[in-house]
Design a protein around this ligand. Structure first.
Ligand code: CMP
Length: 139
């Protein structure tokens, strides 16, 4: 059975451009409830740990630099079938491939600066949520 929580970040590109409100509105209209949320900034060590799975990829350095260059919004979201439905709402990693009506179609500019993150599995949703909110989801 699929879980009912996922984890998201509104990335530095979208925060810089003033898109927090627009993206949260699409998340709410998509039927997601915000369980926990904060505005924060990742350190280099945070980003290296969060994206450790990509550490051998050629874009790893660029990814860490991008994700640490300004504030992000981190949030745990709740909805039935949350992981899959949220990935549908955000659209493809590369905005050039993202479907109409998705968050990345509207707000992302490139495969690297793609506005939002969404967990790719229930297991990663739990790990990523704990990374930012360990023991703090109260509701
Ligand atoms: P996300 O799916 O949130 O997590 C991994 C991130 O790596 C991805 O979003 C992109 O921001 C980034 N990424 C993936 N592929 C590339 C690429 N080819 N070049 C630069 N960044 C990438």
């Amino acid at each position: 059975m699929s879980g009912n929580r996922t984890f998201t970040m509104i990335k530095p590109d979208a925060v810089e451009k003033g898109h927090i409100g627009g993206i949260l509105n699409m998340i709410a209209e998509g039927g997601f409830r915000i369980v926990s949320m904060k505005l924060t900034q990742l350190t280099v060590a945070d980003a290296q740990q969060f994206y450790a799975i990509h550490k051998e990829r050629p874009f790893f350095g660029e990814l860490v630099e991008f994700m640490t260059r300004g504030p992000i919004v981190a949030a745990i979201l709740e909805k039935e079938n949350a992981v899959e439905d949220f990935r549908t709402l955000i659209g493809a990693t590369n905005p050039a491939d993202a479907a109409e009506g998705t968050i990345r179609k509207k707000y992302a500019t490139s495969i690297g600066e793609n506005a939002v993150h969404g967990s790719d599995s229930d297991e990663n949703a739990a790990i990523e949520g704990a990374f930012h909110f360990a023991g703090r989801e109260q509701f």
